[in-house]
Design a protein around this ligand. Sequence first.
Ligand code: SF4
Ligand code: SF4
Ligand code: FES
Length: 250
Amino acid sequence: MSPKNGNTDTVYTLKIFRFNPETDRELRYDTFAKRFPYGTTVLEALLNIQETADDSLAFRFSCRSAVCGSCGMLVNGAPVLACRTQLATLIGNQVLIEPLPNMEIIKDLVVNMAPFWEAYKRIEPWLHSNGDQPPEKERLQFPDDEKKLDPYINCILCACCYGACPVLGFDEQYLGPAAIAKLFRFMKDSRDQRGLKFLAKVDNPDGVWNCRTIFRCIDACPKDIRPTDTILALKRKLTLYRFKKFFRVL
Ligand code: SF4
Ligand code: SF4
Ligand code: FES
């Protein structure tokens, strides 16, 4: 075994989940032992295996640079972007590669992301005006207002958080961390005029009250978005709103 010291190629054993619902009766894992240079990413290793050993291996990718969000998968049990995860950063030389959980398997590492997109659509992720005449160009915003969006705008919709969330493992109606964080991003946007309608979207059993505050979505996010924080902030807002409503302050 050679060290992962940047000078020498290293042999890795990749154990990859395989399942084609159209032809397979049972899922299986295929194992490939290959030598890879220092700096090889999991995505590059998968491409190498596809090109040299098994061209039927299915996985998604596009940008290869942590931008498109299509290569989310489980590597050694953790939801990650395959294109951003170098083999050398993993513990040991055995690498377990599996599809993201909480979504139906289409083939091998490719999952059906329809429920993720459905949840995203439910929060209506676009600017809502109050019906005023739209400006000729864009709706302007003060730089200080724009800064408030910074913690939430880098989401690449990779669904790593969706795959990490234990609640979605038993309740697929739950909106999930990415959709709620996106709703919060629009709520913080000075140009969005939805007002209290924001709260109605998440004040239900499929919304923020379904979150068990387990923080796995934060650990999973490759863009350092903190969905749990947005969920807790929305819970606080809803509690305050109910309190004020009860005492007729509103
Ligand atoms: S904090 Fe909530 S949304 Fe995030 S993983 Fe845990 S249960 Fe899911
Ligand atoms: S919040 Fe993070 S983990 Fe979730 S979809 Fe967006 S970028 Fe991916
Ligand atoms: S290939 Fe685009 S994020 Fe990994």
